[in-house]
Ligand binder design. Structure first.
Ligand code: PLP
Length: 355
């Protein structure tokens, strides 16, 4: 059991207006920090006031991006309680990412204990409005003050919390996506299957390009052939083709194994629907559309849960999917997942964890 020292903030902040939370703009009164030193391991777990973290300008994270993170949410349930959704999956993924980035792993029980403790401590910050939640951002940074290129010998594990609004203020709004054939997000043997800041830095230009072309998100293709679908923006992607649900397989290591993705696959199969994880050529989507069998497309991720895709574009073509409306599979997944996450139905799968 992790021993956590607590220092309470002297003054507490006023809570933001629940109707204008947005995403990641406000932070709670406290944060969790734990240090790592080679030889000592992880130590000095503490809850302290949310404040800047002093670091040497030579800290490795600033130069060689040895940084990893996670993202999950705490939900306010109808009985006034607070719960997490499959947090063990986020902790396991944090450690998988850690291995790839040469960051020391954290005992999964300690990491989960830290997440629960900081959420519990700032529990008043979990909003209760429709679709709102408390976003949890655990991350690890390399802190050695050294410009030598090698894994750091010191790190900080920090958890910050941000109350966030409903992703969909105006209902589930289908997005327009751009099939990106120039820039790639990940390559085989790279870091695509991890949550590291570097992946995001490399993806910004594609997102900017998509926006300049009047689209909302990028449909990323594989880095070798520039042909197979990987992900959409920072979400996993699903298609319903002729009644069958298909999603890119994780085998090549360039796709982030989403907790929402896994939960959707499990739900769909439990409903008796066929789900196939395989390679999907972007061209296959255009062909399916031409045959009139591209029924639905949607992204999945913690932030949006389900993000319906209403239009698919490339340099020449603009396709409307399901008339630009959310389809029945996307809607059913959204309804079921959000009901479980916000505790509106009983959790028969053991996916939720009370705080
Ligand atoms: C976090 C993330 C996802 C979604 O993962 P969830 O666990 O469902 O939130 C998908 N793709 C990328 C690139 C991500 O970083």
């Amino acid at each position: 059991m992790l021993d956590i020292k607590v220092t309470r903030a002297e003054t507490l902040k006023a809570k933001p207006d629940p109707s204008s939370l947005g995403f990641g703009r406000y932070f709670t009164d406290h944060m969790f920090i734990m240090d790592y030193d080679e030889g000592l391991g992880w130590h000095d777990a503490r809850i302290v006031p949310f404040a800047p973290v002093p670091l040497s300008p030579a800290a490795m994270v600033f130069h060689y991006a040895q940084e990893i993170f996670e993202g999950l949410k705490a939900y306010r349930t109808p009985d006034g309680g607070v719960q997490l959704f499959r947090p063990d999956r986020n902790v396991a993924r944090l450690n998988n990412t850690a291995k790839r980035l040469c960051v020391p792993e954290i005992d999964p029980d300690d990491a989960l204990c830290a997440i629960k403790a900081i959420v519990k401590y700032d529990e008043d910050w979990v909003p209760s409005g429709e679709g709102t939640s408390l976003y949890i951002r655990p991350f690890i940074i390399a802190t050695d003050p050294s410009l030598g290129v090698h894994p750091s010998e010191t790190y900080k594990f920090i958890i910050i919390l941000s109350p966030v609004g409903s992703y969909y203020s105006g209902g589930l709004d289908p997005v327009k996506i751009y099939v990106e054939k120039e820039y790639v997000r990940a390559v085989r043997g790279g870091t695509g299957m991890t949550k590291c800041g570097g992946n995001y830095a490399a993806s910004l230009i594609g997102q900017k390009k998509a926006e300049s072309l009047g689209c909302d998100q990028v449909l990323w293709l594989d880095g070798v052939h520039h042909k197979y679908v990987d992900e959409v923006g920072s979400m996993n992607v699903f298609f319903v083709i002729d009644g069958e649900v298909v999603t890119p397989a994780l085998d090549d290591g360039n796709i982030l194994p989403g907790v929402t993705r896994m939960s959707c696959i499990e739900l769909l199969r439990s409903w008796g629907m066929k789900v196939t994880e395989r390679k999907i050529e972007a061209e296959e989507l255009f062909e399916a559309h031409a045959r009139g069998v591209l029924d639905e497309a949607f992204g999945t991720g913690t932030a949006a849960v389900i993000s319906p895709i209403g239009e698919l574009c490339d340099e020449e073509r603009v396709l409307k999917i399901n008339g630009g409306e959310i389809g029945p599979v996307s809607q059913r997944l959204y309804d079921e997942l959000t009901a479980i996450q916000w505790g509106k139905v009983s959790d028969t799968r053991g996916w939720t964890v009370k705080v």
